[in-house]
Design a protein around this ligand. Structure first.
Ligand code: GLN
Length: 484
């Protein structure tokens, strides 16, 4: 039962083959049995889960069930969950119990999902390996010597190990797609503004976007149906109709124009990963798609520009953690200044402090124009070249990550090489476009993802393109042997 997709569990619940309580207990038991090996959860919410499962079973018995009623899921610990610890994997918020639900959580709750627990992540979502968590690294279920990717590494590892049918994640520069790639699951970052950011602890507000992490594109569509939509509480959420994202699944790919950016296949790309991506492209050609070579010449500027914009916004967002209002406070402060300094100094980890310092510097008087404004201009150039590309193609394809994965500790002391893991994902956030990573092959025992980028608000097409591939291949159904 645990290997089933969300869609088939939904069908099983509808037919009465299993109850939500049974299903929930099954996943809770799996987490207790297997999670010590991968550390994908920070908090298990057993009591809440069983109560929500009972409510779901009652709703179904009364004839009030939708496709997500009674489906167990996990939430990245960046989403506020009322009455439940919401830590963002930081010592700063280790004692924080959220007083309200994030809109994403609220929407999924009202669709009837069951919360199994909160998943591990990089501290404040800063990282690509899930090694910056206050609660320890997450391990890749395919090989526990390897990282699961980050920052939504706990969500990705939990879905890959089939400890939950699905999880939520957030993606500021690749944090849904890159861990999805490294763990062999499907991860969708929707268009900026598609999903409310309210109650999602802010990292870089102009880039952050929530999304589903699942086995399949069909499952992602089912979750997106409930997560998406305008929210008056988030001024950047878009007032656009939310289509039924499952409606186009299965449409033909005859004539689909796929753009392949020359810059995504440069010398930094691992040869095995390149082969996997080329094989996937051939599969699409067989399905009737047409390949068009395109240029995204400013791709190499996305990382330097991101590492000005994201830390600048983070330094501002994280100023609220001052030892007074939320979270950690140092012992016996001598005076107010000492309280601020030591609470922040002791409460934040090293990577978070590095970002706060870079961001504060970039925003300081005299440097603002040279760094922040310049980076925003580069960002516009990146957006413009995507706009030009989408005049000729329907979707853009390439690798999600330059390699299949790396070992725990391998890049931990070398931030620059860590930052390069996001070379193919960051420009998508800079432009605000939707992107999805789907499993497309295996290299030395580790999964490899294919990234598909769509035009603004074209998630339905993106999901259909991903779904059709998953109908012809079985990479998405493979799972790590140790967790069968
Ligand atoms: N790895 C990138 C960073 O550390 C992206 C993280 C994210 O998307 N949250 O900033």
């Amino acid at each position: 039962m645990h290997t089933n997709t969300l869609k088939s569990l939904s069908d099983a619940l509808a037919k009465g083959d299993i109850s939500s309580r049974e299903l929930t207990q099954l996943f809770l038991d799996r987490i207790k049995q297997h999670d010590s090996g991968i550390n994908s959860f920070i908090t298990l919410t057993e009591e809440l889960a069983l109560a929500q499962a009972k409510t779901a079973d009652d709703a179904r018995a009364a004839g009030n069930a939708g496709p997500l009623t009674g489906i167990p899921i996990a939430h990245k610990d960046i989403f506020c969950t009322q009455g439940i610890k919401t830590s963002c994997a930081s010592k700063m918020l280790d004692n924080f119990i959220a007083p309200y639900n994030a809109t994403v959580v609220e929407k999924l709750n009202s669709s009837g999902t069951v919360t199994l627990g909160k998943t591990n992540m990089d501290e404040f979502a800063m990282g690509s390996s899930n090694e910056t968590s206050f609660y320890g690294s997450v391990k890749n279920p395919w090989n526990t010597e390897y990282v699961p990717g980050g920052s939504s590494g706990g969500s990705a590892a939990a879905v890959a190990a089939r400890l939950t049918p699905a999880a939520t994640g957030t993606d500021t520069g690749g944090s849904i797609r890159q861990p999805a790639s490294l763990c062999g699951i499907t991860g969708l970052k929707p268009t900026y503004g598609r999903i409310s950011r309210w109650g999602m602890i802010a990292f870089a507000s102009s880039l952050d976007q929530a999304g589903p992490m699942t086995q399949t594109a069909e499952d992602a569509a089912l979750l997106l149906n409930s997560m998406a939509g305008f929210d008056p509480k988030d001024s950047t959420s878009t007032d656009k109709t939310v289509p039924d994202f499952t409606a186009d699944l299965g449409n033909s790919h005859e004539g689909l124009r796929i753009g392949l950016p020359k810059q995504y296949f440069d010398s930094g790309l691992n040869a095995d990963v390149e082969n996997v991506v080329q094989d996937a492209i051939k599969q699409y050609e067989k399905m009737g798609a047409r390949i068009i070579e395109i240029e995204l010449p400013n791709t190499h500027l996305s990382i330097p520009a991101y590492y000005v914009v994201a830390p600048a916004e983070a330094s501002s967002n994280l100023s609220r953690f001052d030892g007074v209002r939320f979270g950690y406070r140092c012992d016996d402060p001598a005076d107010l200044e000492d309280l601020y300094k030591r609470s922040r100094g002791e409460g934040f980890g090293e990577e978070v402090k590095r970002r706060i310092m870079i961001g504060t510097y970039a925003l300081s008087a005299g440097y603002y124009d040279a760094y922040y404004l310049k980076a925003q201009k580069v960002r516009r150039l990146i957006k413009n070249e995507f706009d030009r590309a989408f005049a000729d193609v329907d979707v853009i394809m390439g690798p999600t990550s330059p390699n299949a994965g790396f070992k725990l500790g391998e890049k931990a002391s070398d931030p620059l090489s860590m930052y390069l893991s996001d070379i193919y994902t960051i420009s998508v956030n800079m432009a605000g476009l939707p992107g999805i990573s789907i499993p497309a092959g295996i290299s030395s025992g580790l999964p490899v993802g294919l990234q598909i980028i769509g035009n603004y608000f074209d998630e339905a097409k993106l999901l259909n393109v991903a779904h059709r591939f998953q109908q012809e291949t079985d990479w998405h159904a493979r799972m790590p042997a140790a967790f069968q």
